[in-house]
Structures are given as C-alpha cells and as structure tokens.
Ligand binder design. Structure first.
Ligand SMILES: Cc1ncc(COP(=O)(O)O)c(C=O)c1O
Length: 374
C-alpha cells in the first residue's frame, strides 16, 4: 500500500495536494507575537474594513426569499456585472447571458480544470510565482502543472488551460496590452483556454491594468477567454463569497450546465448584495483610497528598512526582498513583531522574496511603518 492509499485501496484526492503552507509559519508567528508592542500580522490578504452600509442593506433585502435561487443568478445581477465591466474596466459587449455568479473565485480556480473536463494527460500552465490555488486546481483534476511566464518557455507545447493573473498575487505585476494580446493570439492559434484571474484589476496604483476582455486585447472576440472577477477585495466582501465569470459564451454556458447539476449556487441574499455592489462605484473608490493610503505609508517604510520592493504596481501586496532566503527575511521582520508571508509559498522563483499585505487596519500599518523605520 503506498503512503497515499488508504485501507480500502482508495487514494484520497487530498493526498495529491501540497502541505498547507501557512502551518509552517508558527515559529515566526510566536516570535513576532512576543514583541512588546504585539503582533502586526501582514500575512494574509483578508479585508479588514467594514462592509459598506448599502451592501448590507441589500443583503437584508434579499433575505426574505424562501426558494432556491438560480445558478445563473438574477438577470439584475448579470446585467450589473456586464455594466460594471464596461464602466470600471472599459470592457463593452459582455452579454449578461454570458455572466455566471460564483461562490467566491477560489472555488472557480480550484474547480475549473476539472469542470472543463481536464484530467490525466492534460496540461495546465500557471504563472511562475502564483496564487497557490492554480496548482491545486490542476492537481485536483489530476492534470500536469507547468509554471511559465513567457510563451517561449512553452515551446511547441499545446497546454489545455492557461491561468494568468494580472495584477498578480503576490507580485503586484501588471501585464500590459501587448503582452495580453500575444497571449490571446498564441492561445487562439493552439486552441488553449485562457482563464484570466482579474480579482485585483480595480486596485492599480501605477499605470493601468487591462482586462483580458478589453477590446484592445481581444478585438471584442471572447472565444476561449474567461475573466474571473471577485468582489472580495474591491468591495471588501470576502465574507460574502461573491464573484463572477464573464467571457466566452460557449464556455460560460458549459460551466453553467455543470454548476446547475452540481448545485454551485450563490445564495439569494448574496446575489442581492452583489447586484448592489456592482451598481455602486462609490464604495469601491472609498476602499481603493484606503489601500492607496496604506501603501503610501508602508512602501517607503519597507524601503527605509533596507528591503527592495519589486513590481507591486498594483494589488494588495508589496513584493519585497533583502536578496536572501525568504525565511531569513520573515524571521528578521518577526523580530520587529511583523509577520509576512515567505515568497516560497508562491513557487520556487519566490524563494528570496516576502509578501507584505496592505490589508491591515490604519493603526496596524502605522505601527508596522514605525517599527520598520526604527
Ligand atoms: C489571485 C487570487 N485569486 C483568487 C482569490 C480568491 O478570492 P475569492 O475566493 O475571495 O474570490 C484570491 C484571494 O486572495 C487571489 O489572491
């Protein structure tokens, strides 16, 4: 019996998955917690600011509905998503029929390879330094994972699915129009599906970040393209579990059919809250300004402490290095009572960086900046 096989000869899918990395931070957490000023936790990207009043009211308004909501979501939600994509990101032409609400985008990333029918013998390409769930999704499906940032790295290979993430977690790097155009052309010429995780698209600090569905990227043709959007970060709705997929009508319809059968249904109160959040840009702007201020305070303090901040022009993290193994930097910062995530969580190429989250309260960010400068 192999280590992965249990007594019944069954091999749990969970045995294919990596060790949950956060458990390996316990020593650094203890060290940081021992700081006389207490722990400043800048590890995870979980929002800390109160949910907007209007969104909360909309959630309540949706609470009286007793029946099953539809998997496709209300037409109001889908229309609001299509309109938000045009208003916020300059993407016209999304047919509300080709919008699919999801229960947060993590479940999409983890389920997409399987739901698209990929498995043993399939190949999923993920960024070299990446949100860990892309790899997890491919492993759940039993597919092969290739880490690559450039198309030339892939040579003549024809993968089945390419995940891209701009702006990136953890690096904050943005892929520009030319890069994305090349990706789309390349994917079309090989019949590769592109899943663009755009959950940080509304959080750009320098320059601009195009969607994969931007007409300048795809000429208005969404074939083979799926954009994944989350409300967790831009609307501080991580607790509601809310996002949507938009893009290729055929692929969206295929996923809708599967998700109807499987019962992946966004709860009705969340559909109501999501609709409101997608119609209202004011709370998004307020939230963005909070993060802009926190970044403006933290980034120079991180540099003053002798770290170099790479990329990080968008998103909710600073991707920083002292050009040493990332665990040394984690320990050094833990000595100041600041806990950050080691870059190795995001792939071997992250081994000399740490990820510093901007998702902490104003007080915590000010305290971190003070300690970094002392
Ligand atoms: C790149 C990326 N994609 C997807 C997600 C998942 O977001 P959610 O499931 O809250 O929509 C996250 C969360 O941190 C993320 O960083």
């Amino acid at each position: 019996m192999s280590a992965a096989t249990n007594n019944n000869g069954r091999t749990p899918v969970s045995s294919r998955l990596p060790v949950f990395p956060w458990d390996t931070l316990s020593d650094a957490r203890s060290r940081a917690s021992a700081h006389p000023g207490g722990l400043v936790d800048l590890t995870v990207g979980a929002p800390v600011d109160d949910v907007d009043e209007g969104i909360r009211r909309a959630l309540g308004d949706g609470a009286a509905f007793p029946g099953y909501p539809t998997t496709h979501g209300t037409s109001a939600l889908r229309e609001a998503a299509a309109a938000a994509m045009q208003r916020r990101f300059g993407v016209p032409g999304i047919d509300p029929q080709s919008v699919l609400p999801v229960i947060g985008t993590k479940e999409v990333v983890a389920g997409l390879p399987s739901q698209l029918g990929l498995g043993a013998g399939s190949t999923v390409v993920i960024p070299e330094i990446a949100y860990p769930t892309y790899e997890v999704g491919a492993l759940i499906a039993g597919a092969q994972v290739v880490r690559a940032d450039s198309l030339t790295q892939l040579g003549p290979e024809r993968p089945d699915l390419l995940f891209i993430n701009s702006p990136s977690n953890p690096t904050g790097k943005v892929l520009g129009i030319d890069h994305l155009r090349k990706v789309v052309e390349w994917a079309r010429s090989r019949g590769v599906i592109v899943a663009a995780d755009e959950c940080y698209l509304g959080l750009v600090w320098e320059g601009s970040a195009p969607s994969i569905l931007d007409p300048e990227v795809c000429d208005g043709d969404f074939t083979g393209l799926l954009a994944l959007h989350s409300l967790s970060k831009s609307s501080s709705l991580a607790g509601y579990r809310s996002g949507f997929i938009a893009g290729d009508p055929v692929l969206v319809d295929e996923l809708l059919t599967l998700r109807k059968h499987a019962g992946y249904i966004m709860p009705m109160p969340v559909q109501a809250a999501t609709t409101f959040a997608l119609q209202d840009d004011a709370h998004v702007e307020t939230q963005r300004e909070r993060y802009r201020r926190r970044r403006a305070e933290l980034l120079p303090a991180v540099e003053a402490a002798g770290l170099r901040v790479d990329d990080s022009e968008a998103g909710l993290y600073l991707w920083a290095t002292r050009d040493e193994p990332c665990r040394n930097t984690v320990d050094w910062l833990a000595g100041k009572g600041i806990l950050v995530a080691p870059g190795e969580f995001y792939g071997p190429r992250g081994a000399t960086h740490v990820r510093i989250a901007l998702t902490a309260t104003d007080e915590a960010v000010t305290e971190a900046a003070k300690r970094l400068r002392s």
